[in-house]
Design a protein around this ligand. Structure first.
Ligand code: TRP
Length: 359
């Protein structure tokens, strides 16, 4: 996929680009009215597209069985705020009746990033999974698994491997390295395996960069007729820009927030964040700032301000020059520190629970 075509650092000032993505890749536009009690990512256009959304909306409304499944590579010791968004979506669907699967993509990380399985396991059990639980996933109701120890998934990956061709791979992925072929077949098996026991719709919340896997999963699901899979659905969120406004989910240390960051890290990072303010105080008061090009507002929208009217008022005040960057940053710092203090307590509790349940 052409990166230029699909990556956009701003959530709201380049709607044409996201429209292009939807058109070019045959995605469905996400319609917030189709889903009950939408969370803030859904209400604020961060969730913007998907595939097969109708069947999921119907499953929720008619209280029919469906599943949510997501996977995360254990490439770092820290959990990025972009991952928080994925888990927030998993929590949303779990609360709306979905069977929940969260996998640690340790085999993919080994094949594509050189992370050894032992390190991946330690990280996942000590940090990642406790973070997901602290974000609100119900440990008892969530099936966590490692790719490397789920035989159903590996078996399925082998069985479906004859349903794709090398030409198709090249068309979808551009190139076809063995590590990628293995990882993507495994991912397709991850996505479909909950249906081995019972046919049902499934929703996969992913960044748009993962959409090629979704296309492959849907193609394979329709060809592997003996399994009678219902085509899996997906829901896509926009890229989370780094605090300095860099493209993509920039996971580099200094300019991105991570769960469990210390008060000092939060203060330092927020102080350096890119804002939509003017060059001078005088200009800011006269001309106002642009909340659409402001990483602090990005945080308010995606993570920190739950109340829609509070957010709207703050955006207006910023546009009108009533709120300055320094005040915004101070408020964001305060909210983040509060969030993190609360999160840290939940994390420590979750760490103990996870340890017990995986022993
Ligand atoms: N490829 C995903 C990533 O880069 C991880 C992943 C593996 C995944 N299996 C999955 C995501 C199934 C969603 C569904 O992080």
């Amino acid at each position: 996929m052409n990166e230029k075509e699909i990556i956009d650092p701003w959530s709201s000032n380049l709607p044409e680009n996201y429209r292009d993505i939807i058109n070019n890749f045959g995605l469905e536009k996400f319609n917030v009215h189709d889903f009950p009690e939408p969370n803030l990512l859904m209400r604020r256009g961060i969730i913007f597209a998907g595939r097969g959304l109708g069947i999921i909306s119907k499953s929720i409304k008619q209280k029919k069985k469906f599943y949510i499944l997501t996977g995360i590579m254990p490439t770092a010791d820290k959990v990025h705020f972009g991952t928080k968004s994925v888990i927030d979506m998993a929590v949303y669907f779990q609360k709306h009746g979905a069977e929940t699967y969260v996998l640690v993509a340790d085999l993919e990380a080994a094949a594509t990033r050189g992370v050894d399985l032992q390190t991946a396991k330690k990280r996942a059990l000590e940090i990642h999974i406790p973070c997901y639980v602290a974000l609100g996933l119900d440990l008892k109701k969530t099936k966590f698994y490692f790719q490397s120890s789920n035989q159903d998934v590996t078996n399925l990956a082998f069985e479906i491997s004859n349903k794709a061709t090398l030409n198709e791979y090249k068309a979808i992925y551009g190139n076809a390295e063995p590590s990628r072929i293995m990882s993507s077949l495994l991912q397709v098996a991850d996505i479909l395996h909950p249906q081995l026991k019972e046919q049902m719709p499934g929703i996969i919340p992913i960044g748009i960069d993962q959409d090629p896997h979704m296309r492959l999963a849907r193609d394979i699901a329709s060809r592997a007729s003996k399994f009678k899979f219902i085509l899996p659905s997906s829901i896509n969120h926009k890229f989370v820009p780094s605090l300095t406004g860099d493209l993509k989910m920039s996971k580099s240390e200094g300019n991105s927030l991570f769960l469990l960051d210390s008060d000092k890290e939060i203060k330092d990072k927020i102080s350096k964040a890119l804002t939509g303010g003017q060059k001078t105080l005088k200009e800011q008061k006269e001309l106002g700032g642009n909340p659409d090009k402001d990483m602090i507002f990005e945080l308010f929208r995606q993570h920190l301000i739950e109340n829609d009217s509070e957010l709207k008022k703050r955006e207006e005040d910023y546009r009108n020059g009533k709120i300055l960057d320094s005040e915004n940053k101070e408020y964001a710092t305060k909210l983040l520190i509060e969030f993190m203090n609360d999160f840290r307590k939940k994390f420590e509790k979750a760490q103990k629970e996870v340890k017990k349940s995986f022993d």
